[in-house]
Write a protein that binds this ligand. Structure first.
Ligand SMILES: [Fe+2]
Ligand SMILES: [Fe+2]
Length: 251
């Protein structure tokens, strides 16, 4: 690859579904804090342009979860951001992270520019993506020259995960796809929520679902079945004409 192409690559880390409890406590006997720290320490060495925490930062909307994360993020040297998940509390997130300028009608959605390219972040914490956000995304994406990426906690489609698809899928998949399908310059959607490493498509959009640092949930059973309590996270490389995602498994 020539130098110019290499310099145009944007490197993004994704850590998802931390499910931090009331501070440092174990959550369902899992050391969720230790798992998150392991992921953060590893991803710190990747020289990222951006780190995204893709929702369910907290397990049960506890203020102490965000205080713990804020404390840990003081050690992180690069640019980072987050989207809220269904286990999160936007009031406490705002109290700890000061995000009020991007909260509209109780929803946290925004865009970021990295090396002249655009990334969009939507709020699905109410198990749906509101029409207001979808209309905003549509008009913003139209103004972007070239490709943009989208991050949102819930996959905007079913994903071949029997348990999550049947119990916890996004509540307005049809409406969301109605607005996303015609947005030609968004071809990749990055999600969490399913606690599994998955890739799927709707229309021409590729949906890349990150595993969790809390736990992996078995995808082939209709009931909840714990597959692993080892953390996993992702590193995405986004070039002008390619996109590559690596999933990294911790201990
Ligand atoms: Fe989750
Ligand atoms: Fe979730």
């Amino acid at each position: 690859m020539n130098l110019e192409k290499q310099q145009n690559i944007i490197k993004i880390g994704q850590i998802s579904d931390l499910h931090i409890g009331n501070g440092r406590e174990l959550v369902q006997d899992i050391d969720v804090c230790g798992n998150f720290i392991q992921a953060l320490d590893a991803i710190q060495k990747e020289n990222l342009d951006l780190l995204v925490l893709s929702g369910d930062l907290a397990d049960d909307k506890a203020l102490a979860a965000y205080e713990f994360i804020a404390e840990e993020m003081k050690t992180y040297k690069g640019d980072w951001c987050f989207v809220p998940g269904n286990h999160d509390d936007l009031f406490y997130m705002n109290q700890v992270f000061g995000i009020s300028k991007d909260i509209q009608n109780g929803e946290y959605f925004y865009k970021k520019m990295i090396k002249g390219r655009t990334l969009f972040f939507l709020d699905s914490s109410q198990d749906r993506i509101s029409k207001d956000q979808l209309l905003w995304l549509k008009s913003e994406a139209l103004q972007v020259k070239g490709e943009a990426l989208l991050f949102v906690h819930h996959p905007p489609c079913y994903a071949g995960h029997v348990f999550m698809d049947s119990k916890y899928a996004l509540q307005n998949i049809e409406e969301t796809q109605f607005y996303l399908n015609p947005i030609e310059n968004i071809r990749y959607v990055f999600c969490g929520h399913y606690h599994s490493e998955l890739e799927t498509f709707f229309g021409d959009k590729k949906v890349l679902i990150s595993p969790s640092t809390q736990m992996t949930i078995e995808k082939d059973t209709p009931y909840f079945s714990l597959k692993s309590t080892k953390p996993a996270w992702c590193v995405i490389e986004w070039g002008i004409d390619f996109l590559n995602r690596r999933v990294i498994q911790g201990d």
